[in-house]
Design a protein around this ligand. Structure first.
Ligand SMILES: [Zn+2]
Length: 90
């Protein structure tokens, strides 16, 4: 995958900025850091929720933002960005 060579600032599955990830990023199967996905989405070279759909991820992201006290309109805008992340590109 050529996309693994790119340097991302946020998780390409859920959109969380890596600096908010307590572990910094997810990990590959060889234990090295994965700079595409966060530690909530991708550990040891595998997605934690491999069957998740874009719709489910959007719902999860929206829920998380509500928890963080983000208001409806902003949360909706940010959630719309989820579809543009590498994992969900068709
Ligand atoms: Zn993530």
């Amino acid at each position: 995958m050529e996309t693994t060579m790119k340097k991302f600032k946020r998780c390409q599955s859920c959109g969380m900025p890596f600096k908010k990830d307590p572990k910094g990023s997810g990990t590959n199967s060889d234990g090295t850091k994965n700079n595409m996905y966060c530690s909530y989405c991708f550990i040891n070279g595998e997605f934690l929720q491999p069957d998740m759909t874009l719709e489910e991820m959007e719902a999860l992201v929206k829920e998380k933002m509500k928890e963080m006290g983000m208001h409806g309109f902003i949360a909706k805008l940010l959630t719309m960005g989820t579809a543009k992340l590498e994992r969900w590109k068709k």
